[in-house]
Write a protein that binds this ligand. Structure first.
Ligand code: AHR
Length: 486
């Protein structure tokens, strides 16, 4: 029996809602045939966006959605995506060499922010700093959020259908500028960052928050060198990102026990990454003014396992293994909520580690096991973190309290061994009853258009709280949520 104890006094503060963020890029089938089907489609839609996705996405309380890339952002001109849709240009985009699909620009700033408003997600726009100028990015900000009637750009926005500001608070300055975003050194990027952030800040009328492009996974040197260069001038900087994908662990569906263990171990390194990047940042920012933003994370499996069989670039199936990686990662973010301010799972639909898979025909749409994890974890958003003492290496656990309900989420990292838990509390009042919900299926289980409910949460089970203790089992390879009324 594993004995886990809730200790509120050792909690790390508020779990920011933005930790539960998402990412949608103009790539493969994320928008085309995924989120976006067009107003004339036989697939039920609202102003061109698929109703199934709107409804299910809204149901998990998405706090933020990043757009339009990713690498795509570094060749994107926002002006291509405004004005009458029929006359928008078709462009060769960043991903053209990979899939030979041109960008139609049917979805641009207005459509994207409309999707955000329909689903409740705050828009997070990534600016192009590799092939556009600081003034172009400043203009995009002015276009989005300057009060109606005051400037030519805000008038243009009104003429294009949105008199009210679009409410974009999060602005990324570039993407992966160590690679596809210009092959820069950290020093080169820090100087570019300062130019763009300084110019964009001059039009900052709505509390915009600037996020700098950070390292690729374990490149702590990037963080160190960027922060050193940035601290010489201190251009406005709200957050510094890093990206971390795990993968290289066999077939997305037909993996072995050993490959399960390998992927779980890789995913667990998120904790080390957060601590090491945070330590590098604190050398130059001891007051911790700059926040960590993990604006791309997820599992990157080999291509071709999704319904389109490889047509949609990077599309992949998701099994219980990916659900456990999701829960492990979100628990790590919760347990580092004093350091991580935002994170964005990559990507939302028909792509890496996605929540939705869709096909070209009406009815071909499903939520993945990963979606269900976000649903099970949503009560952590904005909650007060509670430390969990005594967690064994085979479990990943986090806990929080909001509105009188304590939520504990656990992932069993074992491929084939259940774990029994006795939960007690040091300083959190526990009411008389608890409710347990399992997301459990055999490790390779996944959802298909023919069997979309293969992996879905079971009915909640009522559990007694006896002598301040709750006993429950976390099945092998599962994700479990326990809710206790205080
Ligand atoms: O998510 C797919 C790609 O992965 C993104 O465009 C890029 O930022 C990262 O390398």
């Amino acid at each position: 029996m594993n004995r886990i104890c809730l200790v509120a006094a050792d909690g790390r503060g508020t779990i920011r809602r933005e930790i539960y963020g998402h990412f949608s890029e103009h790539i493969g089938g994320v928008f085309r045939g995924g989120l976006w089907v067009g107003e004339d489609s036989p697939i039920p839609n609202t102003r061109g966006f698929r109703n199934f996705v709107i409804e299910r996405f809204r149901a998990i309380d998405p706090p933020v959605l990043r757009y339009p890339g990713g690498c795509f952002a570094e060749t994107y001109d926002w002006r291509d995506g405004i004005g009458p849709r029929a006359s928008r240009p078709r462009r060769v985009n960043w991903w053209y060499k990979n899939d030979r699909r041109v960008e139609t620009n049917e979805v641009g700033t207005h459509e994207f922010t409309d999707f955000c408003h329909m689903t409740g997600a705050a828009p997070y726009l990534a600016g192009n700093i590799t092939s556009l100028t600081p003034m172009d990015m400043r203009d995009w900000m002015e276009y989005c959020d300057f009060p109606a009637g005051e400037t030519t750009l805000s008038e243009e926005r009104a003429k294009n259908g949105s008199p009210e500001p679009l409410g974009v608070r999060f602005w990324g300055i570039g993407n992966e500028n160590w690679g596809g975003g210009g092959n820069m050194t950290p020093e080169m990027y820090a100087r570019e960052y300062a130019r763009y952030a300084t110019i964009c800040d001059s039009v900052n009328v709505g509390g915009a928050r600037f996020i700098a492009c950070g390292a690729n996974s374990f490149d702590i040197g990037w963080t160190d060198r960027f922060m050193r260069e940035w601290s010489a001038k201190c251009a406005p900087l709200w957050g510094l990102s890093f990206h971390y994908y795990c993968g290289s662990a066999g077939d997305p569906i037909a993996f072995t026990h050993e490959e399960w263990d390998r992927l779980i171990a890789q995913a667990g390194r998120m904790e080390e990454l957060i601590e090491r990047h945070a330590a590098a940042m604190r050398t130059f920012d001891p007051e911790r003014r700059v926040r960590i933003v993990v604006d791309e994370w997820g599992v990157w499996h080999p291509d071709g396992s999704g319904p389109s069989k490889g047509y949609n670039l990077f599309e992949q199936q998701s099994t219980m293994r990916d659900a456990v990686v999701t829960a492990l990662t979100l628990n790590i973010f919760n347990n580092h909520c004093d350091t991580v301010y935002m994170a964005n799972a990559a990507q939302l639909c028909n792509n890496l580690h996605c929540l939705f898979l869709t096909g070209p025909n009406p009815g071909e749409e499903l939520v993945t096991p990963t979606y269900h994890v976000f649903d099970l974890f949503k009560r952590h958003q904005g909650a007060r973190h509670i430390h969990t003492a005594g967690v064994p290496a085979s479990l990943s656990v986090s806990a929080s309290e909001r509105d009188g309900v304590v939520t504990l989420t656990a992932a069993n990292l074992n491929y084939d061994r259940d774990e029994a838990v006795e939960l007690s509390s040091f300083d959190v009042p526990l009411g008389a009853r608890a409710r347990l919900t399992h997301l459990t299926a055999e490790p390779h289980a996944h959802n298909t258009f023919e069997a979309p409910e293969t992996v879905s949460p079971g009915a909640p089970i009522e559990l007694p709280v006896a002598d301040g203790r709750i006993v429950f089992t976390v099945p092998a390879a599962s994700v479990t949520r326990l809710e206790i009324e205080e």
